[in-house]
Write a protein that binds this ligand. Sequence first.
Ligand code: IMP
Ligand code: MG
Length: 186
Amino acid sequence: MRSTHDDVLKVLISEDEISKRVGEIAVQIDEYYSKSDKKLLLLGILKGSVVFMAELMKRIEIPVEIDFMKVSSYGGSTVSSKNLTILLDLNRKNLEENDVLIVEDIIDSGRTLSYLVDYIKLKGAASVRTCTLLDKPSRREVDFLPDFCGFTIPDEFVIGYGLDFDEKYRALPYVGILKPELYEKR
Ligand code: IMP
Ligand code: MG
């Protein structure tokens, strides 16, 4: 049987470590938003955030609504693209009734989230905050700090737990580093 695990050079963050950390973030989110009189909307950015989003929403205890947006991504390369296109927009009425928490898989250049925060503010949300599973601060091209963050990682291209390379490896239950020869095969 061909297993995607065989393509992984190293597990960077194990399933158990992620699970524990997601629980801690959920507690922080519960504490932070329990003081608000608005409805919390978790806004997942497709597709990378789906695994994190699914785990996080189960661990948050205050009431949440969910929605998704999709923005243009990599197209198989390991370099972040500078031009962002909205492929699936957020179409909700009365966004002023919502605290929006954008849920992302990883922050790299910072361009995606800094753009989206402004975009959702313009749409009239009561507040806009960000939550990312992973952060690669050494790669920043624009100033950006997440409000909630799972793990700060070094400048390595990672896959698994929602993150892909060329649409593959999203289903791996941990965050790992691919064998370098697999990037070169393309
Ligand atoms: P940014 O706009 O450069 O911050 O890029 C964020 C997006 O780039 C994320 O939502 C991911 O889709 C993608 N990305 C950045 N680094 C990685 C990585 O190491 N593995 C997989 N996707 C990544
Ligand atoms: Mg993404």
